[in-house]
Design a binder for this molecule. Structure first.
Ligand code: NAP
Length: 279
């Protein structure tokens, strides 16, 4: 079965919209601040999708764009938003240009406004299973597994990729839910063999057709996080046409994990606001 990420994201957004409307009646408003370094067409598309969803739900969307900024300029904006009560969540759209270290910059975000869950403080809490703000993509994957009744307990999960944004947090979240998790990365030698054993295979690499049908067990659940834009076409990591015949459940690209990432980011903004209110 092909997972309908858009439909599930719309369902989540409908709930968030109601919640935001209720909160607004009580005088509470919500704001997401986005820092975008211009020049990456894919980033501009992702930011426009975030704007669309935020506005649909009723969350204020504040975009600041920079062209070729020095680190200090980005940090200055982050520090300004840390003190600004109309901004409840701040994100820096990745990737940044090569000369900027994204995680050094992101670390200036107040952890209570770190709705991408990428500051050292939130990553550390994640390891201890006590984070309030998890990165949105792993949260989106959990939403998919819940919606499609996939119980991860005692299941063998293989994750391709170990980034702070996706691979690492989803591996920790699923381990904490009782899955037996193996992580592959660029140095792993026998990925095909490891993947063939997976009940649930999650690929978060960014290499089209990395996951081929011979790497997938019959009946496996396949979650494709990868997004690579070539000549304007968005591709996942998975050879979808051939793998879909073997998988019991599979996410398409586009229309799979992406919409859930955006919906879960909005969930985080609402959660962050509540955390800030209770301070
Ligand atoms: P990243 O930071 O570049 O991490 C990529 C990971 O893949 C690294 O851990 C790398 O290993 C690993 N890798 C590289 N080649 C591999 C191979 N042959 N086999 C197994 N692992 C390999 O990227 P990211 O931020 O995690 O994003 C991953 C992909 O997901 C990208 O395409 C990105 O655009 C996409 N993405 C999509 C969404 C969404 O909402 N759909 C959200 C976030 C990201 P090393 O650690 O050894 O280098």
């Amino acid at each position: 079965m092909i997972i309908d990420g858009k439909k599930l994201a719309n369902k989540i957004a409908t709930g968030l919209k109601k919640e935001v409307a209720k909160e607004k009646e009580k005088g509470n408003s919500f704001g997401l601040g986005v820092i975008l370094v211009k020049g990456n067409p894919a980033s501009e598309i992702y930011v426009s999708k975030k704007r669309e969803r935020a506005e649909d739900i009723g969350i204020g969307f504040y975009l600041t764009e920079f062209e070729n900024p020095a680190k200090e300029i980005l940090v200055g904006k982050i520090l300004e938003w840390n003190k600004d009560s109309k901004i409840n969540g701040t994100i820096v759209q990745l990737p940044l240009s090569e000369q900027l270290n994204p995680y050094e910059i992101i670390n200036y975000i107040d952890p209570k406004k770190d709705v991408d869950g990428l500051t050292d403080e939130n990553q550390k809490s994640l390891e201890n299973d006590e984070s309030d703000l998890y990165p949105a993509t792993p949260l989106g994957i959990l939403e998919i597994l819940k919606e499609y009744d996939v119980d991860v307990k005692n299941k063998k999960v293989v994750i391709m990729g170990r980034s702070k944004l996706v691979g690492k947090p989803i591996s920790l979240l699923l381990k904490n839910k009782g899955a037996s998790v193996e992580v592959c990365h660029s140095q792993t030698g026998n990925t095909a063999e490891v993947c063939r054993d997976a009940d649930i295979l999650i690929s978060a690499v960014g290499k089209p057709n990395l996951v081929t049908a011979d790497m997938v067990k019959d009946g496996a659940v396949v979650i494709d996080v990868g997004t690579t834009r070539t000549d304007g076409v968005l591709k996942g990591d998975v050879d979808f046409e051939n793998v879909k015949n073997k998988a019991s459940l599979i996410t398409p690209v586009p229309g799979g994990v992406g919409p859930l990432t955006v919906a879960c980011l909005m969930k985080n903004v609402i959660k962050a606001k509540k955390m800030q209110n209770s301070d």
